[in-house]
Design a protein. Structure first.
Length: 358
């Protein structure tokens, strides 16, 4: 049977021959986790595998040292497959990006022999910094997706879902700078940066009653003084602001910014709000592509927990920005310890701790 008459069967056969290579890649990424925009080893591992498999590879694309593209085929219809491979501070690949990256590689390898018969070009995009920073947004803005007709990826999860819902998000590094002073001898000489942070927390808590439905604000104080008898002259924090839609998000972000400004105004401390990368849009999945994915998954014996998209939204992803420009899917794929004997997908891995992070 030829590739043209049975493309899915040919793809499965192709993937079976590369199964061990892709599983080894997943485990290697897991063993050496790298953080936002520092994924040098990870990008090199994936790019090297693709180059050795006959893909045309470009490294460090769009002025991002840990981004790459790998293409195969000459068809006018360019199918973009995004690979993630960044990890989280302290907990490594708890979100399973090692599996996400390996799954993207699997799809590209399986499609490559079919490219000419299908009239497509397969384009694997190595996208750094999904956890924070927004590598896909930078690549989108700098033209890496300009020739792509549709974008897709699969995300490791504890269940199979036809698609995921995500929230728009902005992340800030926050710094209040006051003036340290002895807390007993000369408190009136100090400007208390910790008080500014306290006012912010109270202001945000008071706002929650009137917050837009679906709005989420979360944060941690990362530095708050060094001695109990010294008024803190510097306090740092990290905060996320999320909303159901990109449109609602902008109004919510402005209101939360005012809460931070209130802390500075009330105490006299200076405020610095630093954006942590780019804002992420909410994910809008293409219905027709999602239905096609669902049919293909069912043919492989996958059982989707939901007939459509999940009812709620959880994390955030920079794939949302891609989805605002072109047809996009982002299904969730259940992980197992021993892989998937039906499809040959590299879903086994040492750790998948959550449905999604972001």
């Amino acid at each position: 049977m030829t590739t043209a008459t049975d493309p899915r069967g040919h793809a499965r056969t192709r993937l079976a021959t590369r199964r061990e290579d892709v599983l080894a890649l997943s485990h290697s990424l897991h063993a050496e986790p790298e953080l936002t925009f520092e994924e040098h080893r990870s990008a090199k591992k994936i790019a090297g595998l693709m180059e050795g498999s006959g893909f045309d590879v470009a490294r460090g694309v769009r002025d991002l040292p840990t981004a790459f593209t790998a293409t195969h085929g000459t068809g006018e219809l360019v199918i973009g497959i995004t690979a993630e491979y960044d990890a989280l501070p302290g907990i490594g690949h708890a979100c399973g990006h090692n599996i996400n990256g390996a799954a993207a590689v699997s799809a590209a390898l399986a499609l490559a022999p079919l490219a000419d018969d299908l009239g497509i070009t397969v384009k694997l995009l190595g996208t750094p910094a999904e956890e924070s920073g927004g590598g896909k947004v930078y690549m989108l803005e700098r033209g890496a997706f300009d020739d792509v007709a549709a974008a897709m990826m699969a995300y490791a999860a504890p269940m199979d879902l036809l698609g995921m819902g995500s929230l728009a998000i902005s992340s800030w590094n926050v710094t209040y700078t006051g003036r340290p002073s002895h807390a007993a001898a000369m408190p009136h000489k100090g400007v208390n940066a910790a008080d500014a942070m306290m006012i912010v927390q109270v202001a945000i808590s008071a706002y929650r009653q009137q917050m837009l439905p679906g709005g989420v604000v979360s944060g941690i104080v990362t530095g708050g003084g060094e001695a109990s008898n010294v008024i803190p002259g510097r306090v740092t924090a990290s905060y996320d602001c999320r909303a159901e839609t990109f449109e609602d998000f902008h109004a919510l972000k402005d209101r939360i910014r005012h809460c931070f400004e209130a802390g500075a105004l009330a105490t006299g401390a200076e405020l610095e709000l630093e954006d942590m990368g780019r804002d992420y849009a909410d994910l809008v999945q293409d219905a027709e592509l999602s239905q096609a994915y669902g049919r293909a998954a069912s043919a492989l014996g996958r059982s989707l927990d939901h007939p459509g998209f999940p009812g709620g939204k959880g994390g955030s992803t920079d794939m949302g920005n891609i989805s605002r420009i072109m047809p996009t899917i982002h299904p969730m794929t259940q992980g197992t310890r021993n892989g998937d004997t039906a499809s040959g997908l590299p879903r086994s891995g040492p750790s998948v701790a959550g449905v999604w992070c972001g």
